[in-house]
Design a protein around this ligand. Structure first.
Ligand code: NAD
Length: 416
């Protein structure tokens, strides 16, 4: 009996699946494990008689999506920072990517780096820590660095990556200050390398579909966007500990998750705000909010007259909701910015409809978009200038809250 047989039938529960670099799945015959269970008749010897309808293979079904590139042609990515988001979301997503492959890791913890390297097939010569990071310049396998560090370290590692001749994909928020964002953009230009901010929602299929429907006028002229992003900040979670420290996080809930509400208002209206108004409130005497803010309620006014009523919170139960209201209908994404399982409902002249949207990894999509942008020398959809615009607006919201009055934004300054 072969490795894959049980009572003369194929034992699917014991089928071997291996994950290789870049996440390709290798199975059975590709491992050279071609035994009688895979062969067409003959050589069965004293094996028990097999059932009549045996799997024989069939032609490749019509491909629904582009085939992945051969591993040798994909761009090599180094993930910088092996924290919660990198380990749980990003590293597994390389398996779904078509033009990006994981080739290097940067971590302050060698043991963790080695364990992760062995799981994802990363060569141990391609492991770096924060001191040896600059040696990445000598590694031709690495084309792109993906910065997944606390916000205050984004600028430093972006600039060091550019100096090493690499392209940079940086987590949100792009950096802590406007000046840092400008330095990052300048460093990219000087090195002639590309910079993209990881705004995954702009690659998430339900959000993409919502934007398409708004642009096509399904809900009529858009007059109002509302969006709320909230969760409980947990001081026991190491990933939340630096988020309570202003010098590492840059800000509180607004910087961390309010940026999703802000992004939604910008990508749904397709406009840049001309005025903001913000109000901040903290749970009284709560040690979590000694340095960073808890809740922010903020409003934006756009040139068309559209307004957005937005919020972020670190002290309310989880919410990730986006709503757009037009003259002819409305559209609800609830949840709208989960890692998966988002939902889009549209209310229009045709009635109320939950839109079926095919799930697709937003992480693989954004990484592949950047790899393609580099390969084809195109500007990415969410370049450094997009991250800078958000940081500029977030800073204006803080100023408005501090001064207790609306702050006017100079839209022409956005991309300078
Ligand atoms: P995390 O704390 O789990 O990961 C941060 C990593 O940086 C850790 O491995 C930590 O060891 C390392 N690190 C290096 N120097 C450090 C220092 N001086 N202080 C603290 N940690 C240091 O945090 P996370 O939740 O993975 O967030 C990392 C980044 O990813 C943040 O910028 C965050 O905004 C972003 N993020 C994005 C999403 C998204 O959906 N796009 C989701 C979560 C986090």
């Amino acid at each position: 009996m072969t490795l894959f047989e049980k009572d003369g039938r194929l034992d699917l529960s014991r089928r071997l699946f291996l994950r290789g670099t870049g996440g390709g799945l290798l199975m059975g015959s590709s491992l050279g494990l071609v035994g009688p269970a895979f062969a067409q008749g003959g050589g069965a010897g004293n094996l028990p008689e097999l059932p009549r309808s045996r799997p024989t293979g069939r032609p490749i079904p019509e491909m629904e999506q582009e085939m992945p590139m051969e591993p040798g042609r994909r761009l090599g990515w180094a993930v910088v920072g092996l924290g919660k988001f990198a380990l749980n979301q990003i590293l597994p997503s390389f398996a779904e990517s078509r033009s990006s492959k994981l080739v290097a890791l940067v971590s302050g913890n060698r043991q963790k780096a080695e364990q992760v390297a062995s799981r994802y097939g990363v060569d141990t010569h391609n492991l770096y820590d924060y001191q040896t990071f600059d040696r990445i310049a000598d590694n031709p396998d690495v084309d792109v660095t993906y910065i997944i560090l606390p916000n205050a370290l984004h600028a430093e590692y972006t600039v060091r990556s550019f100096k090493a001749g690499k392209h940079v994909f940086c987590e949100k928020p792009m950096a802590v200050t406007v000046e840092e964002c400008e330095t990052m953009i300048r460093a990219g230009r000087e090195a002639d390398r590309k910079l993209m901010v990881a705004y995954r929602a702009q690659f998430e299929p339900h959000n993409v579909e919502a934007i398409r429907r708004v642009r096509e006028g399904e809900i009529g002229p858009l007059h109002l966007v509302t969006s709320d992003h909230g969760r409980i900040l947990d001081p026991k979670d190491p990933a939340d500990q630096w988020r309570m420290v202003k010098s590492l996080a840059g800000g509180g809930s607004l910087y961390d998750i309010g940026i999703y509400s802000l992004q939604a208002a910008r990508y749904l209206t397709g406009e840049e705000p001309v005025e903001v108004f913000g109000q901040i409130s903290n749970v009284k005497d709560d040690p979590r909010f000694r340095e960073v803010e808890d809740r922010v309620a903020f409003q934006l006014r756009f040139p068309s007259g559209a307004v957005a009523n937005l919020s972020s919170s670190y002290s309310t139960a989880s919410v990730k909701r986006i709503q757009a209201f037009g003259e002819k209908g409305s559209l609800i994404l609830d949840p709208g910015t989960e890692y998966e399982g988002n939902k889009l409902t549209v209310q229009s002249e045709k009635g109320r409809q939950e839109v079926k949207v095919k799930e697709q990894s937003q992480f693989a999509a954004e990484m592949d978009h950047f790899s393609q942008s580099v390969m084809e020398n195109r500007n990415p959809k969410t370049p450094g200038e997009e991250g800078l615009r958000d940081v500029r607006i977030l800073q204006a919201i803080y100023r408005s809250a501090q001064e207790a009055k609306p702050v006017t934004l100079d839209v022409t300054a956005s991309t300078r």
